[in-house]
Design a protein around this ligand. Structure first.
Ligand SMILES: Cc1cc2nc3c(=O)[nH]c(=O)nc-3n(C[C@H](O)[C@H](O)[C@H](O)COP(=O)(O)O)c2cc1C
Length: 213
């Protein structure tokens, strides 16, 4: 079984990436072939609305015809049975890199045909990881719960399997908060939380990855 994870953070060794690494390690230890792709290392665009993926009888039906750095990655994703999309929250949404990736991954499978919810050639197990500076109880206040629910609904529609969600809130963004102006939260509490709770979240992510198989 092949699992692919996509990191929608421009940082390759921080919260999102580390949690994805734990998930892929968990899945790998259970026998999956795993691959973690850093989306910000690839040059690509979001959907350009060419509609080739929707043209009945066209050669591009059901797949993305845009050719750029994402083309081979989307092609590889077709071979994976499990897909994990991980992203930090940027201004209340997925990062722009993840957003563009979602457009390219999802739109070819989207239909305007009520009796055909997806053009995906196969079912896939999927998961979403969201990391954020806000503490988890604030998710509803900021509408992040709706954001996550929306993405989950699309994942389930296109890939025809329940989508698992992993939330990592109250993340530590900077190594040394004293070098920055911060008074909207307590940096010392953040440091402590990161020291004591983040390792447990990595363990939870490992088990989460195992559970996806
Ligand atoms: C441009 C930008 C916008 C952000 N906007 C939000 C936000 O709206 N809500 C939030 O909770 N965190 C926000 N954050 C914080 C990140 O989501 C959070 O620190 C995340 O865990 C970073 O992931 P990383 O360490 O993998 O890069 C923002 C960070 C950046 C750089």
């Amino acid at each position: 079984m092949k699992l692919m994870a996509f990191n929608g953070s421009p940082r390759y060794s921080r919260n999102t990436a580390r949690l994805l690494e734990s998930m892929t390690r968990g899945a790998g230890d259970k026998g999956a072939a795993t691959e973690l792709i850093n989306l910000y290392q690839i040059s690509y665009q979001g959907c350009i609305s060419c509609f080739r993926c929707k043209k009945v009888g066209g050669t591009g039906y059901g797949r993305c015809s845009l050719r750029d750095g994402l083309t081979p990655v989307l092609h590889k994703a077709l071979q994976a049975q499990v897909l994990i999309l991980g992203t930090p929250i940027y201004f209340g949404k997925e990062s722009s890199g993840m957003r563009a990736f979602m457009e390219r991954l999802w739109f070819p499978y989207y239909t305007y045909n009520l009796s055909k919810p997806t053009l995906s050639p196969a079912k896939r197990r999927t998961a979403l990881l969201y990391t954020m500076n806000q503490p988890q109880p604030n998710m509803e206040l900021h509408g992040y719960d709706l954001l996550v629910e929306k993405a989950k609904t699309y994942m389930e529609r296109f890939f025809q399997c329940p989508c698992q969600v992993f939330i990592a809130a109250d993340t530590k963004q900077m190594d040394d908060y004293s070098q920055y102006e911060v008074n909207s939260f307590d940096p010392a509490a953040k440091d402590l939380r990161h020291r004591d709770l983040f390792p447990l979240e990595l363990e939870r992510a490992y088990e989460f990855g195992r559970g996806l198989l």
